[in-house]
Design a protein around this ligand. Structure first.
Ligand code: GLU
Length: 306
């Protein structure tokens, strides 16, 4: 595959759409992102990297962190985790509270905010409040091969100030006994986790173990069990884009996880990991041009799994 040519073609396809959509404005720290910014990176199992656009510019990965937090929680907690969080698409927005009351405070999946709070709760129980996030960052350093991956204190503070919806979710789940730790402790870790910044170059590299059956190609060691990788990819495919997860699977045909910072991580099992960033979002809070770029990449490169 001529990746360089493929990425350039994809860029040419989507360039006219740059600026369409709306940058996340639920916190001031994200509202200033440039809606025309774009980066697309591919890391392949043979160790090569390809990219187009601002592939060395760090952005807020937001909910993409939920993939790596889930990997950690599955390793630490195993199947016990599934007693407190489900594995079904929610069909609701990322921060929705409506299903929780009907379903006994158990969130539908680990990639909506409520489910991610339960995953972070598990990490806080196993690692402690401070180490939950520092161990997540250490994992990202290892997987990305970059020590520049870090929390952005301004974004974390903004999340904390404007985080009443997440606060409501956490207290609500605590009232059902599903959230185990004090909500403010879990929320603090969750807000810092959401504020992690990475480049698409680093993110593509960090996701590569999911394309490689759990083995980190950078260091050659296994970081996740075969079954964990299968499950994370299945959840990314079915639940990775909130109430547009079906649409993403239909258009792109790859496991993917989006974040409201405009990033998307997509996995091509056995071949590559792809990271795209473009901050302007569609109605469901997923990168509008990022989704389009992955759709074109999948079509032009014959990458659709189905
Ligand atoms: N920090 C965001 C929130 O919790 C994450 C949502 C997302 O990236 O989709 O509201």
């Amino acid at each position: 595959m001529n990746w360089e040519q493929l990425l350039q073609r994809v860029y040419d396809d989507v360039a006219p759409s740059l600026g369409e959509g709306k940058v996340a404005d639920y916190i001031p720290a994200l509202a200033c992102a440039d809606p025309h910014a774009f980066a697309l990176s591919v890391a392949t199992l043979d160790g090569a990297h390809y990219g187009v656009g601002l592939t060395r510019t760090s952005f807020s990965i937001q909910s993409i962190s939920k993939v790596f937090a889930l990997k950690m929680a599955l390793s630490l907690e195993g199947v016990e985790l599934w007693q407190r969080v489900g594995r079904e698409p929610s069909g609701t927005p990322f921060n929705s509270i409506v299903q929780l009351e009907r379903e006994g405070g158990v969130p539908r999946n680990p990639f909506i905010n409520a489910g991610a709070l339960i995953v972070t709760d598990a990490l806080v129980t196993r690692c402690g409040q401070v180490d939950a996030v520092s161990r997540l960052i250490a994992l990202l350093h290892q997987l990305s091969g970059s020590s520049r991956v870090a929390c952005d204190p301004e974004v974390a503070a903004s999340e904390r100030t404007w985080g009443d919806r997440n606060r409501s979710l956490a207290y609500f789940m605590r009232s059902f006994g599903v959230l185990k730790n004090a909500p403010e402790i879990v929320l603090d870790a969750y807000f810092r986790q959401c504020s992690i910044t990475m480049t698409t170059h680093e993110l593509a590299q960090a996701g590569l173990f999911l394309a490689n059956d759990g083995v980190d190609p950078l260091h050659g060691g296994r970081v996740a069990a075969h079954s964990e990788v299968n499950r994370i990819n299945a959840l990314m495919l079915t639940c990775g884009h909130y109430d547009m997860s079906g649409d993403f699977a239909w258009r792109v045909g790859l496991p993917g996880k989006s974040g409201v910072g405009g990033g998307i991580l997509a996995i091509v099992p056995g071949l590559a990991s792809v990271a795209v960033w473009s901050p302007a979002l569609n109605a469901a809070g997923n990168s509008l041009v990022g989704t389009l770029a992955l759709e074109r990449l999948s079509e032009r490169g014959g990458l659709n799994l189905f």
